[in-house]
Design a protein. Structure first.
Length: 211
């Protein structure tokens, strides 16, 4: 009975200490990505008016996905994080490019542990010759390269089974990708070591009394 009470107390203390030390952990550095100042985006959830001229228009994925025909077959410029992977199909390669908070602000959820809604992005087709310039694609432990692509927005792309995509002709790497370390706290590490030592001591004492 005594052993059970001691064990329960140790578990409760460890849980409380874990919550206390969680406030001391250092979050990974957030991405600092400059957005084009004149991006075409939604206004209070509504689609904007059609941009004049035939020059590339800086856009967000929200405009492209929620107002797909607004810029159909028009030149656009789009900036975001290369994620998931790059599929090389010979002359061209496919990838997903995201421009949501996880891509341009916080980094992936497993590393930041801070929710910010859902992912937002579009599929992009680039020349295979430019795929090698993208050093890292984003995943749970990496922040992918930030790229800016310029090309035509296609509501239905035959090369992607009719899916919507940007057929890019130009790819510029704005920031290289990098690995992200999970949040960490030196105090939490030492507390874990101390807790493990205490558990071993209590186990040894209980074993000694039963001899």
């Amino acid at each position: 009975m005594v052993a059970a009470v001691v064990a329960a107390g140790a578990v409760a203390s460890a849980a409380g200490l874990d919550q206390l030390l969680a406030t001391t952990q250092r979050e990974p550095d957030q991405a600092v990505v400059e957005r084009p100042g004149d991006r075409l985006t939604l206004t209070e959830g509504d689609c904007p008016t059609r941009a004049p001229g035939d020059e590339p228009v800086a856009v967000t994925s929200a405009v492209l996905t929620q107002c797909p025909r607004l810029l159909a077959d028009r030149p656009v410029t789009y900036r975001g994080e290369a994620v998931r992977g790059i599929i090389d199909q010979g002359r061209h390669a496919w990838l997903q490019v995201n421009d949501g908070p996880y891509a341009l602000d916080r980094g992936p959820l497993p590393a930041s542990r801070t929710t910010a809604g859902t992912n937002a992005g579009v599929a992009v087709r680039i020349p295979s010759a430019r795929a090698g310039s993208i050093d890292t694609v984003g995943d749970a432990r990496h922040h992918g390269a930030i790229i800016e692509v310029t090309g035509r927005w296609q509501v239905s792309n035959a090369g992607d089974a009719g899916g919507a995509a940007i057929r890019a002709e130009r790819v510029d790497v704005i920031q290289p990708g990098h690995r992200l370390d999970p949040p960490r706290s030196p105090l939490r590490t030492w507390a874990a070591v101390a807790a493990a030592g205490l558990a071993l001591t209590l186990t040894g004492a209980a074993w000694w009394r039963r001899r």
